[in-house]
Design a binder for this molecule. Structure first.
Ligand code: ATP
Ligand code: MG
Length: 794
């Protein structure tokens, strides 16, 4: 185990002060990127459990992504050991709510066996409702898309509005004279008024009804019911003696409320954040929460960290110049700990293809010229939009560079993964209609839309679920429908029943998936229907791997430990609290609160259910792909890159309409997004853009991003960039080695790799004004580019 004292000795005085801040005085640590906020938060957890004797199970740590929770957990493993770390309640707000709600479901009128339903499944429900209200929509001349309806509903749920609240708001607003309505909305479009508002409120109500009938919660529900639980049952917060929140600047109203309620009993809160990195305003994040916290916890103190440990001086200087253009922001100090390094590279290309080809070639060159110190896994390409990833992916593939898209086409959104999960959801929860609709005809059982609608109608009449209708038909308990399904669906029912039996017997989810794919001949189904059946089958294997991982160290174990801390530890911790509160008192409280379920995992927590929950709350990176990702170039959106860091960051399409996005409402938020992207870089940063881009099949002119042009045209800030690619002479290599904390490769190794590279790679003199002939690399200037991309407008 790592030595906490020694690690604390490596902190700077401000960081140490933050770690050792008295637990009962609420604390805001406000600081720029790379200043060690997440590090301090992690060390503070270790400090609180080790020196302030807080039992690990009484600590509630909130991260912005599941990936961040895993990283934090990994670090704490080393400091506290596996047992103690596993007891800490750690995860995103959503994951924590799911965890508490499973256990305390009945206190908010839910059934603990709920299924977490993802965006796709929500969309299916909304599609059905929009169909149902089609005539009314036409009659009232209201246009409403599925995404529109879902988005509007999600936005009000993030504010904590129930369907009844929404209805009330609509009626109140509609009762106002037009002029007053306008000023109430400050001239902005409000979907929750007029006929649109009325119909939205109805759809919202029906949507909630469908979810409850299917015994499922969508992502917003997790927070809404979480708040309800902590608000109405003060004792739930007894589980918690210190709340810590990372990336606080991006919490929304509901999440903030949740934090306040969780901390209601203990009043001990530590948050870290950076207003300059607030990039989720579009998802209802409220930067005002910082001020609110000072009201709700009047003794709150603030601490600042001013030393950046992540980036070279020149990367930090450019990043600060970008964000400082926002005149409304509060200036902050951030000193670089590292030397200047090679200045950020700014390059322009004629078209996106050339830009992407450059990126791939440059990554290859850097790996060679760094003597192998940089590997594929050290590079990230950060995009404003997910949809831009295709060009980059194919350019990397062309060069034979392994790559992965982070939080792009998510693992759990892939067809084959969703099919299998839907089967398991149905096994777990026969009322979960979206899963039934997804798989009743997968693989094809010649059950058409009409038949499915007959089944659902029958289900509504009998007040049972569609799956139960099919089961009863197959059992001959109710008459068959038309067209008949008994024969067609007998094997479907058989599969579900076998799996249900296995699941009830506690068979591990990985084994269930194996049994499932055998039973429905899924591999054959993929081969018959999918051109890329092999890679899809790989994903099925990956899902099985993920299930095994969850089984070994996953939520079941974690939840069990969190709520049933090891007896001995429990007692020791209770002694350690210095009579502040005895073990018995705690036990009493819990008994009061939770009746006969006070200890152990809730009866609803079967391995299957916990596996499904882990899948629903996971993102791409938490599958076994994570290990392999170390050898791959990452492609990610700037939003997904929050909180993370890479030795080399490349940001393409730094141009108008992209940075800022032409669809963005808040330009300053877009500027901060570019700032977040740049500050992910440790050693090298590249910004590229093009003079034209493809839009709907046509080339149109493109212009450099206004965030950059302003700096580039100013003599004072122009020098923050260079066009020169880093030659990586020994001095440069040394700086990169220090910044990324790697040993410097021997000169001979560098020479060997460079010569190998030069033998195999002939690359163009990149850029719009590249010379026609580059003696070192051959004639690969505009002429070469023209040949490669004949349709581009040179
Ligand atoms: P962001 O705002 O981007 O989330 P952050 O403030 O959370 O950044 P961290 O990720 O905690 O910053 O730290 C950035 C990097 O600096 C990490 O690699 C971390 O290990 C390192 N670091 C932080 N403090 C120190 C220190 N005192 N000595 C050496 N390295 C440090
Ligand atoms: Mg951080």
């Amino acid at each position: 185990m790592a030595d906490l004292d020694q690690l604390m000795g490596e902190l700077n005085p401000a960081q140490l002060k933050a770690v050792q801040h008295p637990p009962h005085i609420p604390l805001q640590i406000l600081a720029g990127p790379g200043s060690g906020k997440t590090k301090v938060l992690t060390m503070r957890i270790a400090y609180l459990t080790t020196y302030c004797h807080l039992p690990p199970w009484s600590i509630c740590a909130v991260t912005f992504t599941n990936k961040a929770a895993n990283e934090m957990r990994d670090r704490l493993f080393k400091l506290l050991g596996k047992d103690r770390t596993a007891q800490i309640k750690m995860g995103t707000f959503h994951a924590l709510c799911a965890m508490f709600l499973r256990r305390f479901a009945k206190f908010v009128g839910l059934d603990g066996n709920f299924t977490v339903c993802d965006a796709d499944e929500s969309k299916k429900i909304i599609t059905k409702l929009l169909k149902q209200y089609k005539d009314e929509l036409v009659e009232k001349n209201v246009t409403l898309t599925e995404n529109g309806a879902l988005g509007f509903i999600s936005k009000v749920k993030a504010k904590g509005w129930t369907a009844d609240d929404a209805r009330r708001h609509v009626e109140e607003t509609n009762a106002l004279p037009a002029q007053k309505r306008k000023s109430r909305n400050m001239g902005k479009f409000d979907p929750w008024e007029g006929e649109l508002g009325r119909i939205l409120a109805t759809i919202y109500k029906d949507y909630e009804k469908s979810l409850r009938e299917a015994n499922s919660l969508d992502f917003d529900d997790l927070l809404m019911f979480g708040v309800k639980l902590f608000k109405s049952h003060a004792k739930a917060s007894k589980w918690c003696r210190h709340v810590l929140v990372d990336e606080f600047q991006d919490t929304n109203t509901m999440q903030y409320e949740l934090m306040v309620y969780i901390a209601r009993a203990c009043q001990c809160v530590t948050i870290v954040g950076d207003p300059d990195q607030s990039i989720y305003g579009w998802r209802s994040a409220e930067i005002e929460n910082l001020a609110k916290m000072q009201n709700d916890f009047p003794t709150t103190q603030q601490l600042y960290l001013e030393q950046n440990y992540r980036s070279t001086g020149s990367i930090l200087a450019l990043s600060m110049a970008i964000v400082s253009q926002d005149k409304g922001r509060i200036q902050k100090t951030l000193h670089a700990s590292h030397p200047q390094g090679h200045p950020p590279v700014l390059r322009v290309f004629p078209i996106e293809h050339v830009e992407a080809a450059f990126i791939a070639a440059e990554i290859k060159r850097l790996v060679a010229y760094s003597g192998g110190m940089l590997n594929w896994g050290d590079f990230v390409v950060l995009l404003r939009f997910n949809s831009h990833s295709r060009g980059i992916e194919s350019a990397l593939q062309k060069e034979g560079i392994p790559n992965r898209v982070l939080a792009g086409h998510k693992f759990f959104e892939r067809m084959e993964v969703k099919d299998l999960l839907a089967y398991l959801q149905l096994v777990d929860n026969p009322h979960f209609v979206p899963a039934f609709l997804r798989v009743v005809n997968v693989p094809s059982r010649t059950v058409g839309e009409k038949t499915v609608s007959e089944i659902t109608t029958r289900a509504q009449q009998l007040k049972i679920s569609p799956l139960q209708v099919v089961e009863r038909i197959v059992d001959g308990k109710i008459p068959d429908i038309k067209p008949p399904v008994k024969k067609k669906l007998a094997s479907f029912v058989h599969t579900i029943r076998i799996l249900r039996k296995y699941a009830n017997d506690g068979v591990a989810p990985s084994k269930l998936i194996n049994a499932l794919v055998d039973s429905i001949h899924y591999k054959e189904h993929l081969a018959k229907t999918q051109p890329d059946a092999d890679s899809r089958w790989d994903n099925v294997q990956e899902l099985i791997n993920f299930a095994s991982e969850v089984e070994q160290s996953g939520p079941e174990e974690v939840v069990r430990r969190m709520f049933e801390a090891d007896e001995a530890l429990h007692e020791k911790d209770a002694e350690g609290t210095d009579g502040e509160e005895s073990q018995e008192e705690w036990e009493d409280d819990l008994n009061d609160f939770d009746g006969d379920q006070s200890r152990g995992i809730a009866p609803g927590d079967t391995p299957l259910r916990l596996f499904l929950q882990a899948s629903m709350l996971s993102t791409d990176t938490e599958t076994g792909e994570e290990e392999k990702s170390k050898e791959k170039v990452t492609i990610a959106t700037c939003h997904a890159a929050k909180g993370l860091e890479w030795p080399v960051v490349i940001i393409p399409a730094v141009q108008s309409g992209v940075f800022p996005s032409s669809r963005a409402e808040d330009v300053e938020e877009e500027r901060r997004l570019l700032y977040v992207a740049c500050t992910r870089a440790k050693g090298l940063l590249y910004l590229t853009h093009t003079t034209s881009r493809m839009m709907a099949g046509e080339f149109v002119p493109a212009y450099i991003s206004e965030f950059i042009s302003a700096l580039h045209h100013d003599k004072k800030t122009k020098e923050l960039f260079t066009e020169t690619l880093p030659p990586l002479p020994p001095q440069d290599r040394k700086i990169i080695a220090t910044v990324i904390g790697r040993p410097l490769p021997a000169d001979e190794e560098v020479a060997r790799r460079v010569s190998e590279y030069e033998k195999t790679s002939r690359h163009p003199a990149w850029g719009e004004h590249a010379p026609f002939l580059n003696p070192a690399m051959g004639d690969c200037g505009p002429e070469w580019q023209r040949q490669q991309f004949p349709s581009a407008p040179y």
